[in-house]
Design a protein around this ligand. Structure first.
Ligand SMILES: Nc1nc2c(ncn2[C@@H]2O[C@H](COP(=O)(O)OP(=O)(O)OP(=O)(O)O)[C@@H](O)[C@H]2O)c(=O)[nH]1
Length: 344
């Protein structure tokens, strides 16, 4: 009992999803004597469910987060038939045996009718009723606490991640190791055009003040909610979408080539342009985007994307502009001073 209480105190002492995952799997691993415990992220891409390990601990090991190494959403749900059944039937748990002969228990973390995460416990001998009861209790605490964390990390109007979480998510992307790493003074490798990079895009609604002035703030708010929905449906599950405040949004695109980033961003711009906004009619957005370099601070990276956005605004709006391309074309200039940059 002491051990359970100690784990509960640890789990509820965190203000961060990753640390919560780590403390939950550490607790389950120790209290159930499992061979392995994981948090699985469940995402839906084009109507298909995918499963990816988000955090893992093995017997005798230390719990650690698992960052995706590529842009794939993970393994198709077909590789987890018992879990697929469990999700289809909105069940609280499912058991099965893996090809390694070990027993597995899956407990989805349900929020209403959606489960975007699941606890997976692997055990050599299987699970007795006491273990299942104890783990189910931990899952309930986990779910409630995740709910609280979500509430503090999300913008109340659109449900998107808020500004507060941006630095952390950007650091995580850089930590994943696949951001372009340049030493100070080292020239950018422009010849690697097909190279996968991380991207940051700043999105701003065009003439949004006019929407508020003509139709009122309630319709303005609805436009923001619909644009947030279009952002979420246009970008991939592994990308991150934030509302920075007002009518400005920021997207972090994970591991993709310049051509793909351009295509995905322009598809979103065009989705907004062709959307019929109730009462308001047509709304457009301008976008500035740039590649993320591990050596640049978040302020510098945001500044680059902002410069490209201002260029888009000053040159017709309803367009997406790439910072590096504008600099290369002599349309924007930048003078770097230590960790910051000044623009002309
Ligand atoms: N309805 C609503 N309006 C907001 C919110 N936050 C900021 N705004 C309004 O957004 C408008 C932003 O206007 P501006 O910064 O002048 O920019 P703009 O009219 O979009 O013009 P451009 O960016 O130059 O295309 C202001 O009128 C703000 O009051 C919000 O949460 N809801």
């Amino acid at each position: 009992m002491d051990s359970l209480l100690r784990h509960m105190v640890d789990m509820t002492g965190h203000r961060d999803h990753t640390m919560l995952d780590i403390s939950v799997i550490s607790a389950v691993q120790e209290l159930s004597g499992a061979t392995q415990t994981r948090v699985l992220a469940i995402s839906t891409v084009c109507g298909q469910r995918f499963v990816r390990s988000r955090a893992c601990i093995r017997a005798g090991g230390v719990a650690c987060p698992e960052e995706p190494q590529d842009s794939s959403p993970g393994e198709p749900i077909a590789a987890f038939p018992e879990l697929a059944w469990c999700l289809d039937h909105h069940a609280s748990r499912a058991e099965g045996m893996g090809s390694d002969g070990l027993r597995r228990l899956w407990l989805p973390i349900w929020f209403g009718d959606k489960a975007s995460a699941c606890l997976e416990i692997t055990h050599a001998q299987g699970f007795n009723a006491d273990t299942v009861h104890m783990v189910s209790g931990i899952v309930s605490v986990y779910r409630n606490f995740q709910n609280l964390l979500d509430y503090s990390e999300r913008d109340s109007l659109t449900g998107l991640l808020n500004r507060k979480t941006f630095d952390d998510q950007l650091a995580r992307m850089l930590h994943a190791g696949d951001a372009e790493t340049l030493l100070p003074g080292q020239p950018e490798r422009r010849h690697h055009v097909a190279e996968e990079k991380q991207w940051l895009a700043v999105v701003d609604v065009d003439h949004f003040k006019l929407v508020n002035d003509r139709f009122g703030h309630l319709y303005g708010d609805e436009v923001l909610i619909l644009i947030a929905n279009l952002l979420q449906s246009s970008f991939r599950a592994q990308d991150r979408v934030f509302r920075f405040g007002g009518e400005e949004f920021v997207v972090l695109l994970r591991s993709t080539t310049l051509e793909n980033a351009r295509r995905i961003i322009d598809r979103f711009r065009s989705n907004v342009e062709s959307h019929e906004f109730p009462q308001v009619g047509q709304v457009t957005v301008s976008v500035g985007f740039t590649s993320i370099r591990a050596t640049d601070s978040p302020v510098v990276t945001l500044g680059h994307a902002d410069q490209a956005l201002y260029f888009a605004k000053a040159n017709g709006r309803n367009r997406a502009c790439h910072y590096d391309e504008l600099v290369a074309g002599g349309l924007l200039q930048t003078i770097a001073t230590n960790d910051t940059a000044e623009f002309f």
